[in-house]
Design a protein around this ligand. Sequence first.
Ligand SMILES: [Zn+2]
Ligand SMILES: [Zn+2]
Length: 160
Amino acid sequence: MRLSFSCPRCEQSSETELPAEGSPVACAHCGLELTPPPDAWRDGVLTRCLVCPSTDLFIRKDFPQRLGVAIVSFGFAVSCVTWYFYWTTATFAVLFATALADLVLYLIVSDSLACYRCGAQYRQLPTLEHHERFDLETHERYRQQAARVAHLAGSDKREP
Ligand SMILES: [Zn+2]
Ligand SMILES: [Zn+2]
């Protein structure tokens, strides 16, 4: 199991082996240790984020964005060449093939678990069936909360 997160203190992103139940998560850059509360795991199921206090986690596709973009860019480049030579069928075949490759990639990549609040990502967890898929409402709640906190921090500074 692997965990990628951005450190709440130094804000650098780390990727580490997920520590055993009860063991702290350590930042590779500044050495900050985040000790999860004892209820973080229940029967081997992660009940909350180990990096921040949030209990809202969602299942997301661990889609390699860069590879997806590379496939689409490659398909587009090839289709430009075939289009230039008036190979209409080949152009559509190439575009169709790249779309299909992206779809297949999407279907074969595994699911991972992510935190709404801090964006920490948990990979290769054995059990995901107790978690839910992405929910826009929850996401929006966290986004607005973060915006409010940023706004308050800003207005604090303005006071004498
Ligand atoms: Zn750090
Ligand atoms: Zn979190």
